[in-house]
Design a protein around this ligand. Structure first.
Ligand code: PEP
Ligand code: MN
Length: 367
């Protein structure tokens, strides 16, 4: 178990009047007019707290638009002076940090392609030592929780306390309707390691297409995320990067209006009683599940000893096939996804094999 980070709450650096933090802006700063006009329109929605804009764009392949660099920073200053909205940019090197701070950028974020590399993250952390600036850290491109955790430990280790995670989904190699598979459980696990860390959903980079922004934003809100970061551009189809996933500020405002933000809790007595009863029932079922697992494992152990004493091989593929098939079928009849039952049984089976191997090896030692 990791030690929780020292994290200041979001409202220590941004006032959202108790609402989820909304960060919006173009994927990339392209021209002064595009930046200033997008920010103007976002400001008019009266719902955006921070502006985002990519100035240095780490692209997976060369040849794509790699950002305007330092030239774009004065445009962001202009947009900020006009609207009063704080500005966030992505930084990937100590030089980016130096320039961002020189041009009064208010919030920095570490991109998914940087979080994957502990050398880069450490260089960024070293450059941030002694600086008091909010830093948002995107999940690494690949679903490796330890890289994300490590990035927080490095940046927090440099003394940064205004921290938040951005969950932008993962490249898993599997085909999905989304550009990056959300794998919501990864963000939930991060939160259980660092309970005080705010989590911001990035539906844009999860979706890859604007049609999915709504459902992904709603999901993040339903999971009680602390905010959203969404790409918005005055003319999305002509955007120089991530065109398919950007929304006009007007469309973004409409999406926000339709988001349902549910309460975390309700003061209603009836609701509280129902919650308590349900949780007790769930605790009860969970205890039974764990007891059943232990009972199953005891049977496996007895069988393994018997196999050992009769010189029978440990792993019998036919039996495993039958287990998988019958268990998923039973699950299906009870309304459970076959994939769920299959995944659970894969874990149970792995543990049975481990236990059985242990028993077999014991015999060799004892022989
Ligand atoms: C971005 O925010 O535009 C970006 C490059 O995102 P990511 O690091 O999540 O790919
Ligand atoms: Mn982008």
């Amino acid at each position: 178990m990791k030690v929780d980070l020292t994290v200041e709450p979001l409202n220590s650096w941004i006032d959202t009047s108790g609402k989820p933090l909304i960060i919006a802006g173009p994927c990339s700063a392209e021209t002064e007019e595009q930046v200033v006009e997008t920010v103007r329109q976002l400001k008019a929605l009266n719902a955006v707290h921070v502006i985002r804009a990519g100035v240095w764009k780490p692209r997976t392949r060369p040849g794509s638009f790699e950002g305007m660099g330092e030239a774009a920073l004065p445009w962001l200053q202009t947009a900020k002076a006009e609207t009063g909205l704080p500005i966030a940019v992505e930084v990937a090197t100590p030089e980016h940090i130096e320039l961002a701070l020189k041009y009064d950028i208010d919030v920095l974020w570490v991109g998914a392609r940087t979080t994957v590399n502990p050398f880069n993250v450490q260089e960024i952390a070293d450059a941030l030592r002694g600086v008091d600036v909010p830093v948002l850290i995107k999940n690494p491109v690949n679903p490796d929780l330890a890289l994300w955790v490590g990035a927080f430990e490095r940046i927090a280790g440099a003394g940064i306390t205004k921290l938040a995670a951005i969950h932008r989904g993962f490249a898993t190699g599997e085909t999905s309707k989304y550009r990056n598979v959300p794998m919501w459980q990864m963000a939930i696990e991060l939160k259980s390691i660092f309970p005080s860390l705010p989590i911001i959903g990035d539906p844009s980079h999860m979706a890859g297409k604007r049609a999915y922004l709504n459902e992904l934003s709603q999901m993040a809100m339903d999971l009680n995320y602390d905010g959203l970061i969404v790409e918005s551009h005055i003319d999305p189809d002509k955007a120089w990067s991530d065109a398919a996933q950007q929304l006009t500020p007007t469309a973004f405002g409409e999406m926000l209006d339709h988001l349902e933000i549910r309460q975390v809790d309700s003061p209603n007595r009836e609701f509280q009683t129902f919650m308590e009863q349900s949780r007790r029932s769930i605790d009860n079922v969970d205890r039974q599940m764990v007891e059943m697992l232990a009972a199953r494992m005891a049977l496996v152990e007895r069988l393994a000893e018997y196999k050992r004493d009769n010189n029978v091989t440990l792993f019998q593929p036919e039996r495993w096939k039958e287990i998988l098939q019958t268990r998923t079928e039973t699950g299906k009849k009870l309304g459970l996804y076959p994939e769920l039952v299959e995944e659970i049984y894969k874990i149970i089976h792995m543990e049975s094999i481990r236990k059985q191997t242990e028993i077999m090896n014991n015999s060799t030692q004892n022989a």
